[in-house]
Ligand binder design. Structure first.
Ligand code: DX5
Ligand code: ZN
Length: 219
């Protein structure tokens, strides 16, 4: 059970300090948005490169961008230890996943709430993580979509059949009140932005979330 706080909810004027607040987390989740794939613009390669130099924990880059086939491998080269692209935006997801692994990163594939998993099940042979979005990508602080839990279950069953070490991540509205159902459905990597950075003690929030997830493993 791993926690990946989203720095989208952090103070962008003090990112090094904000990363230091979550030193006990497993990953730092970096939301890259291009203003095209989603109607919001955040940060890009130069900032990811700078973050990789100062972060005590590995970077988990979530690319909400068009044409990831072209751009995603550069995030691996910039220091993203995990790089997740959206399947809706990729022209050749298998080739892209292979390129990410060749560049030294874990390869992740993300599904928007309206995107079913079944047509992409054969991607499990090529990826290290499946991200099931629990909000429409684009903004932090939105309400958790419990209707995505059947998809998490479906991915968990497919991963069990496939064997191997494929992680299942949820992202969007994950908090102390919603993390248990995610864990029970089969998620094992939890992104949380406002629930961590909105807390007085961000590190304590990370520990609390991890404990809650551990107490509710998939069944
Ligand atoms: C949404 C982003 C999320 C977001 C999560 O498009 O992918 O990572 O930062 O924020 P919270 O946890 O506040 O919903
Ligand atoms: Zn994200």
């Amino acid at each position: 059970m791993q926690i990946s706080p989203s720095i989208l909810a952090a103070d962008f004027a003090n990112l090094e300090r904000e990363l230091a607040r979550i030193g006990n987390a497993d990953w730092a989740h970096v939301d890259v948005m291009d203003g095209h794939f989603v109607p919001n613009l955040t940060i890009g390669l130069p900032v990811v490169e700078a973050l990789a130099k100062v972060s005590l924990i590995p970077l988990d880059c979530h690319l909400m961008i068009d044409n990831p086939d072209r751009w995603a491998p550069q995030y691996a080269e910039a220091g993203g230890r995990s790089v997740t692209f959206h399947v809706e935006a990729a022209a050749d997801p298998k080739a892209l996943a292979r390129n990410l692994r060749a560049a030294g990163a874990r390869a992740g594939v993300a599904l928007k709430p309206g995107t079913p998993f079944t047509p992409y099940a054969d991607l499990l042979a090529e990826v290290d993580m499946v991200l099931v979005m629990t909000v429409e990508p684009g903004f932090g602080g939105q309400s958790f979509m419990a209707d995505q839990m059947p998809k998490v279950r479906e991915v968990r069953e497919a991963v069990s059949r496939q064997g191997g070490e494929i992680w299942i991540q949820v992202d969007g509205g994950v908090s102390a009140t919603t993390i248990e159902q995610c864990a029970e459905a089969g998620a094992d990597v939890f992104v949380a932005g406002s629930a961590v950075y909105g807390a007085q003690d961000a590190a304590a929030a990370v520990d609390e979330l991890r404990d809650l997830a551990r107490q509710h493993p998939a069944h």
